[in-house]
Design a binder for this molecule. Structure first.
Ligand SMILES: Cc1cc2nc3c(=O)[nH]c(=O)nc-3n(C[C@H](O)[C@H](O)[C@H](O)COP(=O)(O)OP(=O)(O)OC[C@H]3O[C@@H](n4cnc5c(N)ncnc54)[C@H](O)[C@@H]3O)c2cc1C
Length: 457
């Protein structure tokens, strides 16, 4: 007779007793966890709606005692498969936020999305260094570093974290800052949930009320001209200007602007932290490339920064791929046209290149586990698993990424690498950072409770 596994003896009644929030087993109404990417399979032993940090401590303790692991879900924008050996801690209800206008900081709970911070900070003329999509969760974004529409002008978002409250894999609630638990503070910025489940963070707010930003959308017929012009233009861009380009095949669905729906377009996104006159002059070569079908670039309130990328907000089944480029030469444009150009039948809904460099490339004030800052750009592709494209999309994402071999060393960013595949995770870090994260994981999580999903081991 084989001995029963501790999971078989786990008692949900005991867990419910320890948790203030709700605990859902698979038969319960609240169990399904819908994130942004609905293609990811998540069937944990139980789902816990954490009410506060105490619930996270209790969940981690219960998991450790029953030989389970703990995975975390805030919004599901970076969801990874979870199986029946894990508890899934949903932090979505931990949405407390406090703005300190004098200190220029925001204290945010683990379930807060960027939109909430944008709205709370704007009345004070302040701005968080968010990503392209305000519906993404603040903590998931920051633990992966975070490259937003101002990554060149201001830098990596996690460089603007002041402190964390975190539950380590050993089930302790601790404070991490540059002066307290400094190693933990280092590894939480870039290491995702490797070292703990963050329950709260204090982040910088920047005195930016408005900026010159937006997107220019061009017709498929102008794709090659615009892509080649954009590439050459990036060689000349000052560090206070940010840009990305995307070849998009947006579906004809509610929420997609009529001129862009159901067709191939090329979007040049732009954001500049300078005077409108200077920002406009810098953009002139793109405005002269072709007649846009839609031009939204101008002075806008910072709180509307989500309009620069206009990322989708509704859940959908997607397959993604990303890779950092060390060389942004014409060959990159050739490959994008070959794989996703207007004449190609493809399931690639978005192929995007974000320009890096500028402040991102500079060493941060407080060192962190965010690596590969010397990369010149990031390529990201999304295939929507719609019925007509499901069979081809995954292969096309991989083929596009593979076609970058001459321009990339295969390095990646954690935020665009939602996976539990250790080879994918390893590509997010240099050798030294990876070994140091692994060593810290053993120190802060002796039983391996957090060994689930996108963690370094
Ligand atoms: C439409 C879209 C736009 C995006 N834009 C950008 C962008 O501009 N720049 C960029 O850098 N990234 C971007 N991303 C990637 C995004 O930052 C990551 O997917 C991020 O992990 C999402 O975090 P989340 O909490 O919203 O998602 P979730 O799926 O809820 O969490 C994803 C992961 O984040 C970690 N995590 C979440 N909460 C915690 C916690 N409390 N403690 C520790 N770890 C935690 C865990 O590893 C978790 O598995 C985008 C993604 C999408 C889908």
């Amino acid at each position: 007779m084989t001995a029963a596994h501790p999971i078989d003896r786990a008692d949900v009644a005991e867990l419910r007793e320890r948790i203030r929030g709700a605990v859902h087993r698979p038969v319960d109404h609240g169990y399904p966890t819908v994130g942004f990417n609905v293609a990811v399979d998540r069937r944990p032993w139980a789902v816990i709606d954490a009410h506060d940090a105490g619930d996270v401590v209790a969940a981690v303790g219960f998991a450790g005692a029953n030989d389970m692991t703990v995975a975390v879900h805030a919004t599901g924008h970076g969801a990874v498969t979870v199986d029946g050996t894990s508890l899934l801690v949903r932090t979505s209800g931990m949405t407390a936020i406090e703005i300190d206008p004098r200190e220029r900081t925001a204290r945010v709970g683990a379930g807060v999305r960027w939109q909430q911070v944008l709205e709370a900070a704007a009345p004070h003329g302040l701005a968080p260094l968010c990503g392209s999509a305000p519906s993404v969760g603040v903590i998931g974004f920051l633990t992966g570093g975070g490259i937003g529409p101002l990554v060149r002008a201001v830098g990596c978002s996690s460089d603007h974290v002041r402190e964390f409250e975190v539950v380590t894999g050993d089930g302790r609630l601790v404070h991490a800052s540059p002066s307290e638990n400094a190693e933990l503070f280092w590894g939480l910025r870039g290491g995702k949930a490797t070292l703990g489940v963050v329950t709260e963070a204090v982040i910088d707010l920047l005195p930016i009320a408005t900026l010159y930003a937006g997107a220019m959308y061009f017709d498929a017929a102008d794709a090659e001209v615009v892509l080649r012009r954009w590439r050459a233009w990036t060689d000349t861009l000052p560090d206070d200007a940010d840009t990305s380009v995307a070849v998009m095949r947006l579906p004809d669905l509610p929420g997609v602007p009529a001129p862009l729906a159901g067709r191939t377009t090329v979007a040049v996104r732009y954001a500049a932290l300078t005077t409108p006159e200077r920002a406009e002059a810098v953009l002139a070569p793109i405005r002269a490339a072709a007649d846009p079908i839609l031009d939204t670039v101008g002075t806008m309130p910072y709180a509307a920064i989500g309009a620069v990328h206009a990322d989708p907000v509704d859940p959908m089944p997607v397959v993604e791929g990303g890779v950092l480029l060390r060389d942004l030469s014409d060959g990159v444009v050739d490959e994008i046209l070959r794989h996703a150009g207007p004449d190609v039948r493809t399931g690639l809904a978005v192929v995007e290149i974000r320009l890096l460099g500028g402040r991102f490339a500079q060493a941060p004030r407080v060192d962190s586990a965010v690596c590969h800052r010397d990369a010149v750009a990031h390529l990201y592709a999304v295939g929507v698993l719609a019925p007509e494209a499901a069979d081809i999309a995954a292969g096309q994402v991989s083929a596009l990424v593979a076609s970058m071999a001459d321009y990339s060393d295969g390095r990646r960013l954690p935020n665009f690498s939602a996976s539990s595949d250790q080879a994918v995770i390893a590509a997010c870090y240099d050798e030294e950072t990876r070994s140091w994260l692994s060593a810290l994981a053993v120190r802060f999580d002796r039983r391996g409770v957090l060994r689930a999903g996108q963690v370094v081991r």
